[in-house]
Design a protein. Structure first.
Length: 468
């Protein structure tokens, strides 16, 4: 682990604003999610999501071709891209052909993945994010820290400072006033843009449709006002049939934000009319970028069942402490570690994978039934095999990968801190609270010694196998 990465962890855990915001959201999320799923069999829903997504992952090329034929039959143009460079160049060429100078974007993790904004801006285009959170981090010169809530790491005071610099006016940290300002600034951008770029939550092969799920309504303006609309869709978003979107629509808002339904659900099938009566120039880019390779790897194919709800981030104890700027790259948290290793390169996940403590919280809430801890263990094995690991790293991962031992040590550490305060206690009574803490600490130490001893005689298993 590099010194810079250690410093970023230290800075994050000592940032009261960050840990406070993430902590408050994490607590509220658990309650709102539980209420949202009342009366719904979550296991049944996620069995169906996993079934739909697993089928699609096994038939990516077939579904992509069916989607292309059906989308083009309805007037869209479909471009299948194997890598980020071809996506960026296709969109830039399209912009030049149509005289585009100004671009507006709705939230798209796929465009973040390929660093599209930078590519277009270097070519002289003006690119504006229109999702409120995305616009905030764009103005701040940062990247999103969460897949659903990009600016969750920022306080209203920090947002006010960013907006003040943008409009060259001192603004108060008043949320309604800041939202009103954002609406005013962004409306002008919507009206002047010649191209709108969106992502998609689902792509339906049967109808050639894309499905966009949002809360702010900006995606509808992005996809309707500019004469050219480009949708960037990872091939893992494909499903076979229209009714396959139902379990995803059931799970996504509940798991992402604890809502029963998002404010807007848009199904786009073919180009819509422009105000002048002409048809919109609709382009759909189906991007692979190693997703097919992932589908062919038995250890990682289930990662394509992810629906990008970020519920795994919302219950992760490490993410709650350090946030997405430390625990992740473009994609954050445990699932982000896995996607980084595949969509970028294995080496880029080397440090962030070490932040997973194998607690298993993510497994309990994932609507796609993605076994994130097991996949991160496999990443560790592959990184160790490719680069080797030091004795210190082997020892550390041997403990972290053994969930029972690791969490026993955490409890012991907590007790030892409380035991320190009992050192000054002069009370000899066995009913004293300090004596009870000390006794539990001694038992905890004995348990660790016993488990270490038994683990040396145990056959290797996924819970106890060292990284090497």
């Amino acid at each position: 682990m590099s010194t810079a990465f250690k410093d970023s962890i230290h800075s994050a855990v000592n940032n009261a604003n960050l840990t406070g915001a993430l902590g408050r959201f994490s607590e509220a999320y658990r309650i709102s999610r539980a209420k949202a799923y009342e009366g719904i069999d979550f296991e049944e829903v996620r069995d169906r999501v996993a079934e739909v997504k697993s089928y699609a992952a096994k038939h990516l090329d077939e579904l992509a071709e069916v989607f292309r034929k059906n989308a083009e039959a309805r007037g869209a143009k479909v471009f299948r891209a194997s890598n980020p460079q071809s996506v960026n160049q296709y969109i830039l060429n399209l912009a030049h052909e149509n005289g585009v100078k100004s671009v507006v974007k709705s939230k798209s993790m796929a465009s973040e993945e390929i660093h599209l904004n930078k590519h277009l801006e270097e070519a002289g285009l003006t690119v504006s994010e229109t999702d409120l959170g995305e616009w905030i981090v764009q103005l701040a010169g940062e990247r999103p820290s969460h897949m659903v809530m990009p600016a969750i790491h920022m306080t209203k005071e920090q947002v006010a400072e960013v907006f003040s610099k943008e409009v060259n006016e001192r603004l108060a940290a008043d949320i309604p006033a800041l939202v009103k300002l954002a609406r005013k600034e962004l409306r002008t951008k919507f009206l002047n843009a010649e191209m709108g770029i969106s992502g998609a939550n689902v792509a339906v092969a049967e109808t050639g449709s894309i499905v966009i799920i949002t809360n702010e309504g900006n995606a509808r303006l992005v996809t309707t006002l500019p004469k050219t609309h480009v949708a960037i869709v990872g091939v893992e978003k494909l499903v076979a049939h229209l009714d396959d979107i139902l379990p995803i629509l059931t799970a996504l808002p509940r798991s992402a934000t604890g809502q029963l339904l998002t404010s807007y659900v848009s199904l786009i099938t073919g180009p819509s009319p422009n105000p002048d009566g002409s048809l919109k120039n609709l382009h759909i880019v189906l991007m692979d970028n190693h997703r097919t390779d992932m589908s062919n790897d038995p250890a990682f194919k289930e990662a394509l069942q992810c629906i990008r709800c970020a519920s795994c981030l919302n219950v992760c104890p490490v993410f709650r402490l350090v946030g997405g700027h430390v625990f992740g790259k473009t994609y954050t948290g445990g699932i982000g570690t896995i996607l980084t290793a595949w969509f970028d390169e294995l080496k880029k996940s080397e440090e962030i994978q070490g932040l997973c403590i194998q607690c298993g919280n993510c497994i309990d809430v994932c609507p796609g039934k993605v076994p994130i801890p097991e996949m991160i263990l496999e990443l560790r094995r592959r990184i160790a095999k490719e680069q080797g690991s030091s004795l210190k790293e082997k020892a550390a991962f041997a403990i972290v990968n053994n969930r029972r031992l690791f969490h026993t040590m955490l409890r012991c550490r907590s007790l030892s801190r409380r035991t320190a305060s009992s050192a000054t206690c002069r009370c000899s009574s066995r009913t004293c609270a300090n004596f009870a803490v000390f006794r539990r600490w001694r038992r905890c130490r004995s348990a660790i010694s016993s488990r270490r001893s038994s683990s040396r005689n145990r056959k290797p298993g996924w819970r106890s196998t060292p990284a090497a």
